[in-house]
Design a protein around this ligand. Structure first.
Ligand code: HEC
Length: 275
């Protein structure tokens, strides 16, 4: 018994000594927790933030990252950022994204798309809401060649695809201003970012204060843009979250009422039986 407790004590002491050493040897940082509007069982997306985030994606990230699982019309789908528009001071809902003026304008602003005309000739025409977003590269090799060998991943489901999800993306985007520790060797084409596993990232710092001019006048600080683009990417990765949560709530309510009814009938059915 004594040896067991001695071994345990030694192991505990080793852990206490080893922990700071492990940290010194360079462990990437846990992302900061952010208070997202969609946290919790009733949380919903902040539509204004998702709209601003789309603007950041389009003006900054789209140069290098695609969102291939989304079509333009998704922006106007139920639960999407442009489902409701403010027209002459009135909130108007557009049930069909193809008739939604904001979504149509977004589509027409993007690069034209290749199509074929009535006689089979290849033409370029303006995009429509039913089209996909343009992809920045023709193929992966081109993407790597343009980025010093690193491939910018598709961002449509990145929030689901990374540990710590939205908190990670936000911290990563804001994490370029940290002092480089002495034991980290930053080679050309890499940047120090303590939130990236490995702490070196081939993506340059892309956000700078006031680099976008928000349509709603919000000051575009780095943190604001990081928050907003993460809202957009969180919505993109899970556009049906809101309806799923309200469905879950209705199911719980239904089960609760059913449980009450079952209990009442149980009492009634067994009321004349002596226990
Ligand atoms: C100049 C091109 C460029 C731009 C602009 C750019 N990125 Fe990147 N991004 C990259 C490259 C290259 C990588 C791959 C980095 C690596 O593997 O080291 C990357 C990786 C990422 C990753 C994945 C990190 C990981 O965990 O693997 C995320 C998330 C990301 N970018 C988000 C964004 C967002 C959001 C924006 C817009 C605010 C943006 N990027 C703008 C080039 C870019």
């Amino acid at each position: 018994m004594k040896t067991v407790s001695r071994v345990l004590a030694a192991a505990a002491a080793a852990m206490i000594i080893a922990t700071p050493m492990a940290m010194g040897a360079g462990k990437y940082r846990t992302p900061e927790q952010h208070n997202w509007s969609f946290n919790g069982p009733f949380g919903q997306y902040d539509r204004q933030a998702v709209q601003r985030g789309y603007q950041v994606y389009q003006q900054v990230c789209a140069a290098c990252h695609g969102i291939k699982h989304l079509s333009i019309r998704h922006l106007g789908m139920p639960g999407g950022p442009f489902e409701y528009l403010e027209i002459n001071g009135e909130r108007t809902r557009f049930p069909n994204p193809n008739d939604n003026p904001a979504v149509v304008a977004i589509a027409e602003d993007l690069f034209p798309i290749e199509d074929i005309d009535d006689i089979g000739d290849v033409i370029e025409r303006p995009r429509r809401p039913s089209d996909p977003f343009p992809y920045p590269y023709a193929n992966e090799a081109q993407g790597r060649a343009a980025n010093g060998g690193a491939y910018p991943p598709d961002l449509s489901v990145i929030v689901k695809g990374r540990h710590y999800g939205a908190n990670y993306i936000r911290s990563l985007l804001m994490g370029y201003d940290q002092e480089v520790p002495e034991d980290v060797d930053v080679r050309p084409g890499n940047y120090y970012n303590p939130y990236m596993p490995g702490m070196l990232i081939a993506m340059p710092p892309v956000l700078m204060d006031d680099m976008v001019e928000y349509a709603d006048g919000t000051p575009a600080t780095i943190e604001q843009m990081a928050n907003d683009v993460t809202y957009f990417l969180a919505w993109a990765a899970d556009p049906h979250m809101e309806s799923r949560k309200s469905m879950g709530f209705m199911v719980m309510g239904y089960l609760f009422i059913l449980a009450l009814l079952l209990y009442a009938s149980y009492r009634k059915i067994w009321s004349r039986v002596k226990h």
